[in-house]
Design a protein around this ligand. Structure first.
Ligand code: SAH
Length: 250
């Protein structure tokens, strides 16, 4: 079983290893977030299975997916388990790998371009920039309703390093409030990138103070990432530089 990342959407962001998996797999077990253009690259004889995690019992259903992978492998299939982005960045790749290992099924991780890196590139935002940041935080907004296992957002804010939040759309109000409580300036630049690297991609530029209202007003939909920090300002500056260059070129 290959536990592979499909990248954020654009097939150009697939690795050659993932492409080889698509060319060789007997069965492709994929998530909802895997782009149709990527699935279209599977060999014609390959069976495609949709690993659906709906139903509000994610852990129980996750166990079913792992069981299915073991079953398919034991039937002698070469299985490509294809996940959006990278399999191990908020992708539950570890759980499936453990289930396969426990069942004695050989597996291999194939990394993918995680949504954060795809979205940053599409929005002309550098993940790190000399003199601006020396770390970047990838955080999950899932569970940010203030439960016991929630992240300490105020502590993340105090690092002064940019934060990219996955699965943030339902908890954005609380995240923004907590980050402000942690001392993050209301003027901190924020970009929200939805459906990054697909034809539906949208990029919203705003600030910490206005992100919640702007996301609402513009009807930004999932999947989306929220990028918070000074790295976002690069987008403006590079655009301004390019425009100025065009003005001065005869
Ligand atoms: N394993 C995936 C993340 C899965 S969690 C990865 O490495 O990218 C699902 C979340 O990822 C979504 O809620 C959204 O926040 C983000 N996401 C995935 N694809 C995206 C895309 N094309 N554009 C913007 N965000 C995306």
């Amino acid at each position: 079983v290959w536990l592979a990342g499909a990248g954020p959407g654009d097939p150009g962001l697939l690795t050659l290893d993932a492409l080889a998996g698509l060319a060789q797999a007997d069965v492709v077990v994929h998530d909802a977030l895997v782009d149709k253009r990527v699935l279209a690259l599977a060999r014609r004889e390959a069976r495609r299975e949709f690993a659906d995690k709906r139903g509000g019992r994610p852990s129980a259903v996750q166990a079913d997916i792992s069981k299915r992978l073991v079953e398919l492998a034991r039937q002698g299939n070469r299985v490509l388990r294809l996940k959006g982005g990278d399999p191990c960045v908020f992708g539950r790749g570890a759980e499936e790998a453990m289930a396969l290992a426990q069942a004695g099924v050989p597996f291999r991780f194939i990394p993918g371009v995680t949504a954060a890196l795809g979205a940053l590139a599409s929005a002309d935002i550098p993940a790190t920039q000399r003199g601006v940041n020396r770390a970047i935080i990838l955080a999950s907004g899932h569970g940010a309703e203030g439960g016991a296992d929630d992240l300490d957002w105020a502590a993340l804010a105090r690092t002064g390093q940019p934060i990219v939040v996955y699965m943030a759309m339902h908890t954005l109000t609380r995240i923004a409030t907590e980050l402000a409580n942690g001392g993050l300036s209301p003027q901190t630049p924020v970009a929200v990138v939805s459906s990054a690297t697909t034809a539906q991609q949208r990029i919203l530029e705003t600030t910490l103070a206005h992100v919640v209202a702007d996301v609402d007003a513009q009807g930004i939909e999932t999947p989306a990432l929220v990028v918070i920090g000074e790295i976002v300002a690069f987008r403006r500056r590079v655009l301004a530089a390019a425009t100025a260059e065009r003005r001065t070129t005869p």
